[in-house]
Design a protein around this ligand. Structure first.
Ligand code: DAH
Length: 335
């Protein structure tokens, strides 16, 4: 082929190449081992020396020119590809991010943590006990024997009886209060004691705005020498003052619990508000000490049981205890 024409053809094809792959094809076609230029060099053999020299020189020139054009085009194409890539990879760091929804604590957890902190600052240790209890710890050791009418206070979820290795059938239950942990703790620790026990409790009863089949209690127990109801009053008044953060008044009303003697119910009045029932309490019954293998002649103590749900309801002005366990996000998102 005519070298001039060859150059023009090559130039056209180089211009047309849209990407590096196309360009590579053009390169092969003209400058490859079996390409057009190579063909020209091959044909030189047949020519006379003078013609060979002349044509050879021309061919070398055209080869160099095509090479140069390809190099230039290749640079252009690479630059173009780079720009496209950069545009695609561009990140606008000023764009607002996606909002990640994070969880938060349940109102009962918030109240429980606050209550524990107040008691811990008064020297109480936090102790836990099992949700599944034996009849002994939940009732008998708390001075509530079988067939005692007081058992009716606690409607109980009984679990399926288990047959022990000894073939004795025992029946466990879901604890109806946190009081069994008093016994468990006194069995293993010598006084003086000062503990609080937060925990979930269960009652087999109809639900309404102030009752649910599950709820949280906080048990308190203080055992020492010369403990009186006056000590209890001082501690509980201090706790309620710190929790409600306003002026409060409390009053003790006589009541009955099998595990305390005397027993009382504590009412609280915040500011000029109404009296509300707050908790049960009393002086630890001598039988409870005995069942815990402590000598009631040596030790005295007081115990109390506060409804944590009740505290949370007062704190956040919630009128239905069942909302805590409803899983309703419209409710939960408010805390
Ligand atoms: N266990 C009682 C209940 O669930 C509450 C209670 C009353 C706990 C008096 C006490 C106490 O420790 O002394 O109703």
């Amino acid at each position: 082929m005519d070298l001039k024409k060859l150059k023009i053809e090559a130039e056209k094809e180089i211009k047309k190449a849209k990407n590096l792959k196309n360009l590579n094809k053009v390169f092969k076609k003209y400058l490859g081992k079996k390409g057009e230029i190579a063909k020209v060099f091959n044909s030189l053999k047949k020519l006379s020396e003078a013609k060979r020299k002349k044509l050879g020189k021309e061919a070398n020139l055209v080869k160099a020119e095509i090479e140069k054009m390809i190099r230039k085009k290749s640079k252009e194409l690479r630059e173009k590809a780079r720009k496209v890539r950069l545009k695609k990879e561009r990140i606008d760091v000023t764009r607002p991010g996606k909002k990640v929804e994070i969880g938060h604590l349940h109102p009962l957890t918030l109240v429980q943590r606050e209550v524990l902190e107040i008691f811990q600052s008064m020297g109480f240790s936090v102790v836990l006990g099992p949700d599944i209890e034996t009849e002994w710890y939940n009732f008998d050791a708390l001075n509530i024997p079988k067939d005692h009418p007081a058992r009716d206070f606690w409607d109980t979820f009984w679990l399926k009886p288990e047959t022990q290795k000894s073939k004795v059938k025992t029946q466990k239950l879901l604890r109806t209060h946190t009081s069994p942990v008093q016994i468990r703790y006194m069995e293993k620790h010598n006084p003086p004691l000062r503990i609080i026990v937060p925990g979930r409790c269960f009652r087999h009863e109809a639900t309404d705005i102030s009752h649910d089949i599950q709820f949280y209690q906080l048990e308190g127990l203080v055992v020492d020498k010369n403990i009186s109801a006056a000590n209890f009053r001082a501690i509980i008044e201090e706790f309620l003052k710190r929790f409600f953060k306003i002026k409060i008044e409390i009053r003790l009303r006589p009541s009955f619990f099998p595990f305390t003697e005397p027993s009382f119910e504590i009412d609280v009045r915040r500011g000029k508000g109404k009296w509300v029932e707050m908790m049960g309490a009393g002086m630890v019954h001598p039988n409870v000490f005995k069942f815990s293998r402590l000598n009631p002649k040596n030790w005295q103590g007081f115990a109390f049981g506060i409804g944590l749900d009740r505290l949370a309801m007062l704190r956040y002005k919630i009128n239905d205890i069942r909302l805590f366990y409803s899983g309703d996000l419209r409710f939960l998102k408010q805390f």
